[in-house]
Design a protein around this ligand. Sequence first.
Ligand SMILES: [Zn+2]
Length: 126
Amino acid sequence: MSELKLCQGTKCHTYYTKDRLKGMKGNKTYQTRRRSSMYYGNGNFCSTQCQWDWFNDFGDQAINHFGRLKEAKHLTEENAWFKNYRWGYERGNGEAEHYYLNKITKEERPLTKQQYDDDNYTLNTI
Ligand SMILES: [Zn+2]
């Protein structure tokens, strides 16, 4: 049995839904949701509302902690390679194709499935 995780939403327990009302009769309270898996915010939140509540309370602190962007980032030829995928029906031959696309130059280079799945494989140099 998988372990239940608590929603990290700071106001989760304040939303009046039946599934949050727990406890013995006469002593029920609205509680933070517990689930084996959650779909929002990297599996930390039960809803987008809870994700937003957390961000409104802690977002500035988190950004300052991990480093606020001070200058605009630039997409250049050197870091514009993105992995891409073409379905067989798009090619009309039933064979899927993996490829690298440079979003600046529009150049395409073939990729093997293994290279496509390898998170460390990249053509980007910066
Ligand atoms: Zn929640």
